[in-house]
Design a protein. Sequence first.
Lengths: 768, 596
Amino acid sequence: MGDRIGRVCVIGAGVMGAGIAAQVANAGVPVLLLDVAGEGPDRSAIAREAVARMVKAEPAPFMSKQAAGLVEIGNIEDDLTKVALCDWIVEAVVERLDVKQSLYARLETVRRPGSAISSNTSTIPLAKLVEGRSEAFVADFLITHFFNPPRYMRLLEVVSGPKTRPEVAAKVEAFADRAMGKRIVHAKDRPGFIANRIGTYWIQVAVNAAMDLGLTVEEADAIGGRPMGVPKTGIFGLIDLVGLDLMPLLQKSLGSSLAPDDPFHASLRTLQLVEKMIAEGHIGRKGKGGFYRINREKGGVREVIDLVTGEYRPEIKSVPPKGDLAALVATKGKIGEFAWGLLGRTLGYAAALVPEVAEDIVAIDDAMKLGYNWKFGPFELIDQLGTANFVRRLEQEGSAVPALLKLAGERSLYRVENGRRQYFGLDGEYHDIVRSEGVLLLEDIKLGSQPLLKNGSAALWNIGDGVTALEFTGKMNALDSDVMELIAKAIPLVQRHHKALIIYSDARNFSAGANLGFALFAVNIAAWGEIEKLVAAGQQAYKALKYAPFPVVAAPAGMALGGGCEILLHADAVQAHAETYIGLVETGVGLIPAWGGCGEMIDRWTHSGRLPKGPMPSVARIFEIVGTATVSKSAAEARDYLFLRDRDGITMNRDRLLADAKAKALSLAEGYVPPEASQYRLPGASGRVALRFAAERFHRLGLATDYDLIVSDTLAELLSGGSADLLDDVSEAELLALERQGFMARIRDGRSQVRIEHMLETGKPLRN
Amino acid sequence: MQLYQAPLRDMRFVLHELHRDDGFGGLARFEQFTPDLLDAVLEEAGRLASEVLLPINASGDIEGCRIENGVVRTPAGFREAYDRFREGGWCALAADPRYGGQGLPEAVNKLFEEMICAANVSFSLYPGLTRGATIAIEGYGTEDLKNAYLPKLVEGRWSGTMCLTEAQCGTDLGLLRTRAVPRQDGSYGVTGSKIFISAGEHDLTENIVHLVLARLPDAPAGVKGISMFLVPKYLPNADGSLGPSNGVSCANIEHKMGIKASATCQLDFDDSTGWLLGRPHKGMEAMFTMMNSERVSVGIQGLGLGEAAYQGAVAYARDRLQGRSLAGSRRPDLPADPIIVHPDVRRMLMTMRAYNEGCRAIAGWVARAIDAERHSADAETVRRAGDFVALMTPVVKALFTDLGFETANLGVQVYGGHGYIREHGMEQHVRDARIAMIYEGTNGIQALDLVGRKLGAHYGRYLRAFFHPVSNFIEANGQHPKLGGMVQALGQAFGALQLATATIARKGMKDPEEAGAAGTDYLRLIGLVAMGHVFAKAALIAVEKLEGGDPESPFYKAKLDTAAFFFDRILPGTMALFMAIKAGKESMMALDEAAF
């Protein structure tokens, strides 16, 4: 059989199975989703309903409408033979050995030889799953353990059995990596694999410690959350998210299969409070609330359960302690005791699991970072505490010191040597962390080189083969005059010595746009000249990118909003991570796009061929997209708004984004010709009237405020070409001047200023 | 002999003409007070200042307060003056009508305060602190406390104090030790020792109501563990009559450089009964309500003394004959020309005049904002007015008291040797003015408040309330045919202020010491720009009036001349301040501590 996966079957249309199927479809690959046959006339009802649910769900499992169309539904009674057409069969049925085994027996008869079969089990050992199967089946079988939700969680734990053919595993891994965007972590065939084994233990230890020390839920989450690099929901918040009812199931399943001397057992307690909460339906966010709840009867106040009395009471915000981790665990009193109690046990447990659950510490750190969204893995946390300090404290309290840590002694678990990051191995030596082929990270490049240019908000790096990367480095990657200055400096440098430029950042979000805090301060001190200068500088920098004598490829991931979107619009091509959320959101804060974004959108829509000819249809469409601050919910959806064009690429695996962008840039470099300056034919005054009419309809329906009307009128004036006549061509420079003029009018308005301030202080738009 | 006549014409200008377009709504909302009525109040207040308070100013300074067996006696004439003050209803002038106040606008009250301070700043402290205490009780007291205390305070039968400072804690209230222990009946037993308590003990009122900062038994350390308590000298009975003494005793009064007729007391509280004002541990909040109001009033003290010094200096400069004018003799009939002909004497007089008129105009602006914040029905106006008051409070306090001291000093200088002796009363102004730069937060603390708490708050929102009107004014009037030059000069100074603001915001975010090093210069810079703004506005009005041939043209002509002097001679100081701010902290912090 070929090593390509062109069609997939997922069996089991529960949350996980359906989500896995959706992610396969997101990769553009047809997928068959089967579940048991229903009783009624629609025998595929279960799978059909699963897909229907997903189309409506938020956050959406599908990246686009087209993706939803790639899912074929069926049931295992009538459609199992279709499995023969599939290159990979993912089993995601109920966590019962007998059910899985009998399904495998049936699959054996219908599947195509050589097709891969994997189970999404989270607890059952591989050896048990394949009991009684043919050798050929066993050779094609592995465990692929996805995390919920499968679209958004980047971890995939893969367990190969002793008889699994390496090429089968390689095929599945390559597909999961490149097409589904997962980072593969190889786990051993041990209960709970890596992330859930450590994560479950961590949660139990935290709950026990909080109760023993008499901490409140808020206090425990304040200490066990951000200071440790854990999402700010904290641990109790995480339990609410996962569901309290799942806790006993996971505990039971893990507890029954782990060795009797595993510390896991000691962490298990019967918690009457939790049992009571489950019995009363307080199972977390999917139920009537959990440790936290929103009390709607009391006007939506957030309440928290008192761990002693079991009664809800209003939340008492707890401020996370400041300072580094070492200081935190050394803090006297409950805070320090809780921090150490949690870290000492959890990290010690993780350290004792090498090599039981994974070959090296990198796999464990990756699993916790990508599977539990920890900012740092357990071994990175130990390095923050200092290996020697950590061991000394374990010894002081009479805890067992894991062999790995004894071996490390005074040495750190990670180090940088000759510009390469290395990890400490069980052999007592350091080893390079080797990235998969086609994985390029700026953080690796930075270890071994100096930037070509750098200032407070941006840097330019040489990423090899004649390609440079411009990185945003300011707080939240905000765009400011420093970024524009660096762009202006980078262009002649790249022209002289390099072939292409990529705009990229390793950060979670590409850029949410201009530095609004800076802008608001400038507004408040009435520095109108400075603001207009910054608008002009941004326009010049972006146009300079557009007309640079070399290709510019933007490679966004996460949010690319406002000015962060406009820079994409000026690039020759975009290579976007699949999870990129693009939009011109300026109207949300009472402004309009003014770094050339409006003109570029007009250009795109006019030449798209998607709309009837003439200036009005394009302008009306852009008016709608920009006027409502539309943000695409994925890179795929961004094509609908022409934030991305056909020539732009999408990379599913975040780790591969920079390498893909680099390849794209090099492919454009040969014989590159910069684009010609645009001329616009705009609808003029009559167009403006039509746009205003549309906006007023919104206003009448109560969908737009009075000030929304004024903002959209500024936008309408710009998009219709100001005082232009239908017969005049409007030059790029004229349109930029209109952008500046409209922007300044709006930012000088007190109502826009209130919107900006509200956005900065609350993170939410104000509808004034 | 000290002189003082309330500058009623300029006060009416500030009250009725200058700020009509400030966007704060103005006096119209006080419809029961017609302009004529307000003018009459001011006139009457001026008479009170000149006829009742001024005559006991120098004598009070010489005699000072005395303490005998814990009883403090104010100087001769103070009790009688206070009785007239109270009986005239002056204690109640700006207070809430619900508690017997007259509810006059703050815009009028600040002018009244200026007169009282000009005539007798020691005296002003007795009713002044009562006003602060009234505001705190209005804001944080229970209904019972309000009903029991406010009418008496508003009437002036009882007076108030602010008890913050202790021997080990001045600026840093986190070090405070006074304790408050809850009792069964909901009251607290307050024990501790306070120093520097103005009007802490005296013989002017029947009772004294102390607002005391203290710690509850479970209080967190530092300023987050401070609560405020109301502790009367005598516990009132249910019917309002005075009950037993409450264990508050005055151990001593301070011997001070100035304001000698104001009793500055060391107070001991011995399990004195008190009631909590506001929430436990949130005393700083209540304290700041009172303190912010006091800070503006302390600024007014500087202005008042500046005006008194100016009037004294002008009289002397007209009268004193020395030398001949450099341009040739002006009064050949006399043995010498009056010294007012000499440029350097003019320099001093014009500087004093410009500072006084500038500060009075700023005070009027801030007072109108205080009125708007209290009374406007429009939420946006309340917010903007509150922002403006928050920004300008440290400016008014520090700028006015710095300039008031400078003006008082110039007053001595105009008199030469006769200023340095007691007889003319000019040196008393210097001594009396000195304290205002120190108490209610030293002027250094005001500068820190400005750059640390006000400048960056809400992304600079407080600044907006000042910068936007100034910027709009410059944009609108930069091309004015007669005053274009003045407005452009203002524009330049404003530009320097914008740059300095952005610089401090940028540097201060990374390094708070940079903000600290810039604070005092920055406060003066923003103060001078504010003064430039009000002078330019005044000049605009004056030019219109003069063109229209107003019968009061001498007043407007003088206003225009004073504005011109300000723009030529004082506003350019903004450039030096800008250069100093730009230089940053380096040379300020470089010298080794050991080398001092």
